[in-house]
Design a protein around this ligand. Structure first.
Ligand code: ZN
Length: 297
């Protein structure tokens, strides 16, 4: 089971988060049938979004959106407080040959564009407040650097972000995935930042550690070295969408009577695919008739 932890370090001057997201990324790749490079890109965005949303409260929602001019066209991930994340890549087939060192050319398929973060609260209980929206141009397109760049430029938080997705040629294609995020608060000692940078520089590869069974606490230790930390919370995380047959019916109904009638007479039904999770909902003639009977438009 995937897990996300968050806490504080260096006398509460540093915020830390770490997650194992292997199952979450596997589920996203399975649902969207992504190419290898797209799988890595989507997996990194899902993991980064979970880390950035590690302290979400009930009814909070965090959305990370990449609007890209590259072949991915766009990537969206949305996390809520209970550890559920969902997301998609606009062009799941975007792909490039692996680099000589075996890494995936995520930057090559993401290209230039915007990195946009939306924080909402009270979204499900009618207490919708103005969302907070921050956006910055894509920095490298490798995703982890883009999260760090966003935190620095938009929220004035110097940070270190490590995101890893390791693939294999055979199913389930994702060997392992996870990430670490370290955020320096204004009170942080600059020496602590230097120590963390140095520890990260000399740490073994993140995915190698996860492949060998590292838990989130160990990922933090790899990043923090001798700096003390305290865990404030942990939760299980998973890929889960909130779409349903009822929501699909509501959406079809909202198209209006004329449209629904046409679906009934011309297509004898309707199908809807959820963009976030690729679930397909099929409405038969009876379902459409029911809409026409109750629809007041
Ligand atoms: Zn869905």
């Amino acid at each position: 089971m995937d897990k996300l932890i968050h806490g504080i370090a260096a006398d509460a001057t540093v915020r830390v988060m770490a997650a194992i997201t292997t199952e979450t990324v596997r589920e996203a790749v399975r649902r969207h049938d992504t190419s290898p490079t797209a799988s890595v890109a989507l997996g990194r965005v899902l993991t980064g979004t979970l880390l950035l949303g590690s302290s979400l409260k009930d009814f909070d929602r965090l959305t990370v959106k990449i609007e890209s001019k590259g072949s991915v066209e766009g990537i969206v991930a949305e996390a809520i407080a209970d550890g559920k994340v969902r997301g998609y890549i606009k062009n799941p087939l975007a792909d490039l040959p692996q680099r000589a060192d075996g890494s995936f050319d995520v930057r090559g398929i993401v290209g230039k564009g915007m990195f946009i973060v939306t924080r909402e609260s009270g979204f499900d209980i009618g207490l919708h407040r103005e969302p907070y929206i921050g956006s910055v141009p894509i920095e490298t397109g490798e995703i982890a650097e883009d999260f760090a760049h966003y935190l620095m430029k938009s929220e004035q938080i110097p940070s270190a972000v490590l995101l890893g997705v390791l693939l294999q040629p055979e199913e389930p294609f994702v060997t392992c995935a996870g990430g670490v995020m370290i955020q320096m608060l204004p009170s942080a000692d600059p020496n602590v930042a230097v120590m963390i940078e140095d520890t990260i520089l000399h740490a073994p590869s993140l995915t190698a550690a996860i492949k060998e069974g590292a838990i989130p606490e160990e990922l933090l230790k790899m990043t923090l070295g001798i700096i003390d930390y305290e865990i404030l919370g942990e939760k299980q995380v998973k890929f889960e969408c909130n779409c349903s047959f009822d929501r699909a019916v509501q959406l079809i109904a909202s198209l209006g009577k004329t449209e629904v009638k046409a679906m009934l007479e011309e297509d004898n039904g309707a199908t809807m695919t959820c963009g976030f999770c690729s679930n397909v909902y099929t409405l038969n003639e009876n379902d459409l008739r029911k809409i026409l009977e109750t629809e007041t438009l």
